[in-house]
Ligand binder design. Structure first.
Ligand code: MN
Length: 145
C-alpha cells in the first residue's frame, strides 16, 4: 500500500508556530505546534488539534491574506508516515486519534522515527507530541536545522 504523506509548515502568523498535517482518508488531520516539533523524547510539545484541511494544502507555501492565520507559510518538512506493520495506516491513525493516543513513524527530511500523539485529559483540543526513544531521537534543536 502507498504510504500516506505528512508535512510540517512553518507559519509566520501573529504567533510563529508549526502546523503538522497527516494525510488520512482524503483529509489532512491537522495540529498546530506552538513550539514546533522536537526529536528529544524528554520534550513534550503541545499540539493543538485544528480543523481538517484539504489535501491540496499539504505542500502549500505562500501568503494567507486575511482572517485567522494571516501571514506567510513555508514548507518546513515533508515525507510519508507508517504505523508499525499496519496495512492501512490512515485508518489506524484515525482510530488512534478517536481514542486519544496514536503512534506513527515519520519518514521526512528532518523528522524521522516514531512519535506519539497523546490527548491531554479532558481538554478537548489539546494533545502532546512526544518523540519515542528510538535511533532517530536527538537532543539537537531540530528547529535550527
Ligand atoms: Mn497555522
Amino acid at each position: 500500500m502507498k504510504r500516506p504523506r505528512f508535512s510540517v509548515q512553518k507559519h509566520f502568523a501573529s504567533h510563529l508556530h508549526y502546523d503538522l498535517r497527516l494525510e488520512a482518508k482524503g483529509v489532512l488531520k491537522s495540529f498546530a505546534l506552538p513550539k514546533g516539533p522536537s526529536l528529544d523524547p524528554h520534550e513534550k510539545r503541545l499540539a493543538i488539534e485544528v480543523d481538517d484541511h484539504e489535501i491540496s494544502y499539504l505542500l502549500f507555501e505562500g501568503k494567507i491574506k486575511e482572517g485567522y492565520g494571516a501571514g506567510s507559510v513555508t514548507l518546513w518538512d515533508k515525507g510519508t508516515y507508517t504505523i508499525d506493520k499496519e496495512s492501512d495506516p490512515e485508518k489506524t491513525l484515525l482510530k488512534g486519534l478517536k481514542e486519544g493516543k496514536v503512534h506513527f513513524t515519520l519518514q521526512g527530511k528532518k523528522l524521522k522515527g516514531t512519535f506519539a500523539l497523546v490527548k491531554l485529559g479532558k481538554k478537548e483540543k489539546e494533545w502532546l507530541l512526544i518523540k519515542k526513544a528510538d535511533s532517530f531521537a536527538s537532543q539537537k534543536d531540530i528547529l535550527e536545522i
